[in-house]
Write a protein that binds this ligand. Structure first.
Ligand code: GLA
Length: 407
């Protein structure tokens, strides 16, 4: 199993890289976690419920203020220097990973309230630019929210370096969720639902975050698997799939079309008790299957929280299995690599397993008794080797803390 690199080593590494690249130390280092969603998939943009945890794997941003509006960015993962003037940032520009970093700065200058006023004042004063060095232990493109972790780490740095004070309160962190989500939706152009940014900024250590995307309310749910002799196994399938953005947008469009046809503002407004009646009203059989997933998935989040609060992880495992089947069959966002890893974990003794995140590749999670852990890891590796697939990366995860200043 791949070990998770310790935070202090990465903080030292990113600080040294910053000093080496820019000739002077940074003003500070900020970091934000990737996430796995325990359950509640493709529900966030339907005003539904999700239940993510923050991963111990984080993206680190070493930053120093500049007295102009330029952002100079280096990344240990992509190498090379990119320069972007904040004055050129807006919808659709820039593209690529830097959209998440400078996009947050732009989004903050568009924000309502005191933070937006302050951000606009920084910009009007001719400053606001940053030198930034990024390093990350979140696997890239693995469905573990490396992009949101980047946006949230830079957002945390901007909060402090622009004097916005958004990290010290829940309300401030919610404003940063809005800005980092705006960067993803408007600047990067990905029509995502905000769960990833909420997880990265609002999760608490040792807890999952019950996220209600209709009200914006959150509730920490204790998530201490070792005390139940369990572990959460994460499998990064390494599967790369084309058309991801189009497929995600298509799922979202299907949900919006169905909500329109049923006369509700969002699928959250459908009553699960009359689901069959509502499904019968839909003209498109594919939309029908999508709606069935969303409505039953929101119910599974309610049931999972209740089961976790009673310490009934056998029930949580069953709900994981049902969620995976629903995502595979009704929502059609799984793939062979995910299905094989999920089946391997379950056949090796996991209480349940499911894909996590957007799907079409990426990662899955298994709820595994500690004494079955080695067998579950072995089962995944064997199943992949049998098919001639490149090895998956497998690691255990605990519920870690949110975006913060590290140095
Ligand atoms: C991606 C998106 C999230 C969410 C999940 C699916 O991670 O970024 O907003 O929609 O997919 O639950």
């Amino acid at each position: 199993m791949a070990p998770t690199p310790g935070p202090s080593a990465v903080i030292d590494r990113v600080m040294n890289a910053f000093t080496g690249l820019t000739g002077a130390p940074p003003d500070g280092v900020w970091s934000a976690p990737g996430r796995v969603n325990l359950i509640g998939e493709h529900t966030d943009y339907n005003a539904g419920l999700a239940l993510p945890i923050a991963l111990p794997r984080r993206t680190y941003a070493a930053a120093r203020r500049r007295d102009d509006t330029r952002f100079r960015l280096w990344s240990a993962q992509t190498q090379g220097l990119t320069e972007v003037d904040l004055a050129t940032v807006g919808p659709g520009s820039p593209t690529g990973w830097t959209a998440y970093a400078v996009g947050v700065a732009w989004a903050l200058t568009q924000a309502d309230g005191a933070a937006g006023d302050r951000a606009r004042a920084v910009l009007a004063g001719g400053g606001g630019g940053l030198d930034l060095v990024i390093d990350s232990t979140v696997p890239l493109g693995a469905g573990l929210s490396s992009s949101a972790a980047l946006g949230c780490a830079v957002g945390a740095a901007l909060s402090d370096l622009w004097g916005l004070d958004l990290l010290s309160s829940e309300a401030g962190r919610q404003e940063l969720v809005t800005a980092t989500r705006c960067a993803e939706n408007v600047v990067a152009g990905a029509p995502t639902g905000g769960m990833d940014q909420s997880a990265s900024l609002l999760c608490q250590e040792g807890h999952a975050l019950l996220l209600d995307c209709q009200t914006g309310s959150t509730r920490p749910i204790p998530f201490d698997l070792p005390s139940h002799d369990l572990a959460l196994l994460v499998v990064d399938t390494k599967a790369e799939h084309a058309l991801v953005d189009g497929q995600y947008a298509a799922r979202r469009a299907s949900c919006e079309r169905a909500a329109g046809e049923l006369g509700v503002a969002s699928l959250r407004d459908l009553d699960p008790r009359s689901l069959q009646i509502d499904l019968a009203k839909l003209s498109d059989p594919i939309d029908r299957a999508r709606v069935r997933h969303v409505v039953t998935e929101i119910e599974r989040v309610h049931e999972s929280v209740a089961a976790m609060e009673q310490g009934d992880f056998a029930a949580v495992g069953r709900l994981f299995d049902e969620s995976h089947a629903s995502l595979r069959d009704d929502y059609e966002v799984s793939c062979a690599e995910l299905d094989v890893a999920v089946e391997a974990m379950v056949s090796a003794g996991a209480l349940g397993a499911r894909m996590t995140g957007g799907g079409f590749g990426g990662s899955c999670i298994g709820l595994v008794p500690i004494n079955e852990l080695e067998a579950a890891v072995e089962a995944v590796h064997t199943a992949y080797a049998d098919r001639g697939w490149p090895p998956a990366e497998v690691f255990t995860a605990t519920a870690a803390g949110p975006a913060a200043r590290d140095a």
